[in-house]
Design a protein around this ligand. Structure first.
Ligand code: NAG
Ligand code: NAG
Ligand code: NAG
Ligand code: NAG
Length: 535
């Protein structure tokens, strides 16, 4: 998601939000609008601002989202918690549907350009998840003003992007939109193989989870609508094969049988002062062993480089959604390439076995003799990284995206290690995640992207989504509602000792995820939404 952010500051890049075609002349730039508290304030101690843009300045309207917001007033008793939901849930529709139209060469092919928020580009990961926040409202519809059409537009545009540049993570507006490509100053001096076209690509970090995101948004659309025929109509089958070929190519190990260094399909270096923005070994990344059955990822979902390329959460996510999308291919029958569905089922199962074989390690800090946990990254040579990072896919979110269940004992010991509750200096039981942040404002998982001292609300939201414990859930809701610096939006990260120091005022995915989590609680734990979260 965000490549780089200032702490409470305007966004890195000039923002074109105010000039969007659907928006009036007098619409404020949401990048600055979202840094100020707007009236009326919520009627609770936290006095959260009203942060939705004026109706005429919203980028897409859906009556089912409006009626959900209205009806949730009766389900959420705390006035501040309700305000946070009201601001956060519609944020992607309100601010991030930058353009919607059709392909120049096919008027039936819908396209939706969804920006991440404060950066004017479309991330595969963010846009898939921005759509997912509305999945519970998704129904069959051919209407161009429907949620189903928004989804189809995202899937079609992602398919186009993946056919152009399957190793890249973030993309420019489609030519049909007439929106000028954004400038990415950080990427100007990148050296990347394979090369890409910067009129089409905003950034080219190869992240396995970006490929999985295309499978995710496809599976989400299919499971809600049953509309398999859509997937046979445009570029989806070709893009799916590009995704599988790209992932397969990134199973190449570093060394061949006789010790020769093998050609890597992807390399990346950047001129930067941040080690997480470039790759070791002249763009290859750290060496990876042969025959693990795992897929490499050069970068994490934070857009930071991996330390060891066999990044387990993305392998989990890819395995799960490959299995889900194989069902679409099965349904397409003879209109899909022969054997494709069977190959996908087999690949998904092989990946799952590889994760169980190579991705589980012993956490020496757990129990008396250690306990098995999922590693964050491994290299197949025997090294592993035990940690978690807030960005999804993370280890904490593994049941949320469907790879495993909350009752999986390895997941439970991993979760205990990730949520290192007791801050201590030395090795202690369950003090194993170097990126768990503590403080009076918020305690939670952070990551190298914003560094030590900054916890990410996204991880607190995932904690709720993966918990059945009422006290834990209520604690996290209390943390979320009390840590927005009065702005009533979900920030990327928050200084654990000072909530006025946060990053990213306009981060649509995290806002949508908050709304998705509240709707999930409405189903699973409605009584928790009836509680007070006042101090
Ligand atoms: C605001 O809260 C106060 C006290 O909690 C309550 O008496 C009042 O009716 C509330 N006003 C509105 C408009 O909800
Ligand atoms: C959304 O609805 C408002 C009226 O409620 C209207 O002014 C605005 O133009 C609509 N936005 C879009 C993108 O259709
Ligand atoms: C780069 O992409 C733009 C927009 O699609 C296209 O017009 C241009 O020809 C491409 N350049 C190259 C070198 O392919
Ligand atoms: C080593 O293996 C590579 C690839 O498998 C092959 O191309 C090369 O000829 C081999 N070199 C020797 C000296 O055997």
């Amino acid at each position: 998601m965000a490549r780089r952010t200032t702490i409470i500051g305007a966004s890195v890049l000039a923002n074109l939000w105010a000039t969007g075609t659907a928006l009036g002349q007098n619409c404020p730039d949401y990048s600055s609008y979202s840094t100020q508290q707007h009236q009326p304030l919520s009627n609770g101690s936290y006095q959260l601002g009203y942060m939705r843009p004026d109706p005429g300045c919203r980028t897409f309207n859906l009556s089912e989202v409006e009626s959900t917001i209205t009806s949730m007033a009766g389900s959420i008793s705390d006035p501040d918690l309700y305000r946070l939901f009201l601001n956060a849930f519609p944020n992607t529709l309100d601010t991030a549907i930058r353009w919607k139209g059709v392909a120049a060469d096919n008027a039936d092919e819908e396209l939706t350009f969804v920006i991440t928020g404060d950066i004017d580009a479309m991330w595969l990961r963010d846009s898939a998840n921005q759509m997912q926040s509305y999945r519970s409202l998704l129904k069959v519809s051919t209407d161009r003003n429907s949620l189903a059409s928004l989804y189809r537009g995202v899937i079609n545009l992602q398919a186009r992007y993946l056919l152009e540049s399957p190793f890249c993570n973030s993309f420019q507006p489609p030519m049909e939109s007439g929106i000028a490509p954004a400038t990415n100053g950080a990427a100007t001096d990148d050296t990347v193989t394979p090369p890409y076209n910067s009129s089409q690509v905003f950034e080219c970090k190869y992240e396995l989870d970006s490929l999985a995101a295309f499978l995710e948004v496809s599976a989400d659309y299919y499971s809600a609508t049953g509309d398999a025929a859509f997937f046979g109509r445009f570029k989806w089958l070709s893009a799916l094969q590009a995704v599988i070929n790209t992932a397969t190519s990134m199973m190449t190990p570093t060394y061949g049988n006789n010790g020769t260094v093998l050609f890597s399909p992807y390399t990346f270096t950047r001129m930067t002062t941040r080690s997480t923005e470039t790759l070791a070994n002249n763009g290859l990344g750290s060496p990876v062993a042969a025959n693990t059955g795992l897929i490499r990822s050069a970068f994490r979902p934070s857009d930071d480089s991996t330390l060891l390329q066999l990044f387990i959460p993305a392998n989990m996510m890819f395995s799960h959604y490959l299995e889900q999308t194989a069902k679409i291919v099965d349904k397409l029958g003879a209109s899909a390439p022969q054997g494709l569905g069977a190959r996908m089922h087999a690949f998904a199962a092989e990946l799952r076995r590889a994760i169980l074989r190579h991705g589980i390690v012993t956490d020496p800090n757990a129990g008396t003799f250690g306990a098995p946990v999922y590693a964050y990254e491994v290299d197949g040579f025997g090294s592993s990284i035990i940690m978690d990072d807030a960005n999804i896919p993370s280890l904490l979110s593994a049941p949320f995206f469907g790879f495993t269940s909350i009752s999986d004992p390895v997941y439970q010991s991993t979760r205990a290690a990730i949520l290192s509750e007791t801050p201590r200096a030395g090795p202690n039981q369950y003090n194993s995640n170097p990126y768990f942040m503590h403080g009076p404002v918020i305690s939670g998982v952070g990551g190298p992207h914003q560094g030590p001292g900054y916890a990410w609300p996204m991880a607190s939201i995932v904690r709720i989504l993966t918990s059945d414990d009422d006290d834990e859930i209520a604690d996290q809701l209390q943390t979320l509602v009390s840590s927005t610096a009065g702005l009533g939006l979900i920030h990327e990260s928050i200084n654990t000792f000072d909530q006025t120091k946060w990053t990213r005022q306009w981060f649509s995915w995290a806002n949508g995820l908050f709304g998705q989590m509240i709707l999930d609680l409405k189903e699973r734990k409605p009584e928790l939404l009836k509680r007070s979260y006042q101090p």
